[in-house]
Design a protein around this ligand. Structure first.
Ligand code: HEC
Length: 132
């Protein structure tokens, strides 16, 4: 009996933990969307504000990468790592005032959303999203 109770306890703990992870993931995506919106409005993609958004995105993508790594979803890890590299390149170019490089990095970063959403985001009937 003790073992059964322990197993059930562990199973519900795993459920709670994964629900927390999923909530965190949603928060990261909301922030990703906000920071991308900030960058979209900056025409030159350079300057301190652009650099700050790029650095936030780099930190988010790092967490996103670790999240998928724990789930052994190699395709999503690869996309996340590419996104992080693009965000880092964007931050460097934004600080250096290199508009062309910054624009190219922003484009690569923006190119990472769709592939991952198509593979790992499921739209529920009520219009909310789920991780798959
Ligand atoms: C490596 C995978 C991955 C990448 C890269 C990614 N997303 Fe997501 N995104 C997801 C998944 C999975 C969900 C569904 C999570 C959920 O909402 O529960 C999601 C959900 C979202 C949501 C809905 C959040 C909500 O309110 O529930 C937005 C907005 C979003 N992503 C924006 C973006 C943008 C913009 C980019 C690119 C700059 C991006 N995402 C890149 C996987 C990714």
């Amino acid at each position: 009996m003790k073992i059964v109770a322990l197993t059930m306890g562990l199973a519900s703990l795993a459920l709670v933990l994964s629900a927390q992870d999923d909530a965190a993931f949603q928060t990261w995506m909301k922030s990703t969307n906000i920071e991308m919106g900030v960058l979209r409005k900056i025409d030159s993609k350079t300057g301190p504000e652009a650099a700050a958004s790029a650095e936030k995105l780099s930190a988010i993508y790092q967490k996103v990468s670790a999240y998928w790594s724990a789930k052994h979803a190699d395709d999503a890890v690869k996309i996340s790592d590419e996104g992080k590299a693009a965000a880092d390149a964007l931050a460097v170019a934004a600080k250096a005032g290199e508009s062309d490089k910054a624009a190219a990095a922003f484009k690569s970063l923006g190119g990472t959303c769709r592939g991952c959403h198509e593979a790992h985001r499921e739209k529920a009937a009520d219009g909310t999203y789920k991780i798959q």
